[in-house]
Design a binder for this molecule. Structure first.
Ligand code: FES
Length: 104
């Protein structure tokens, strides 16, 4: 059985206001609310040393605070130069009103 990692309460993640989460032994994670749907990606931009949660969420797109690159929050695909490498995404489950991912 796969064990789940609890990241944060669903209620803490407002639409358009991504939340950074640190869990032992995992990379820094970003939790997003896109129109009521919850998504999780790595928080570190694949272009440089920036936390995506310091950037700007525009619907389903997260714009990095550095250099203007961006990613699709649902798929992790790089959407704007200079980002070219996708950001890792994690399947999300909601358990008891908490945002959870599988233990990688
Ligand atoms: Fe994110 Fe350069 S560090 S676009």
């Amino acid at each position: 059985m796969t064990s789940k990692v609890r990241l944060c309460p669903v209620a803490d993640v407002k639409d358009g206001e991504p939340v950074g989460v640190f869990v032992e032994q995992l990379p820094a994670l970003a939790v997003y609310n896109v129109d009521g749907d919850i998504f999780v990606t790595d928080n570190m931009c694949t272009h440089g040393n920036a936390m995506l949660t310091d950037g700007y969420q525009d619907g389903g797109i997260i714009e990095c605070p550095f250099h203007g690159g961006s990613f699709d929050i649902a798929t992790g695909a790089a959407k704007a130069f200079p980002c070219q490498v996708p950001v890792k995404t994690y399947p999300v489950t909601i358990d008891d009103e908490w945002v959870c991912i599988d233990q990688p």
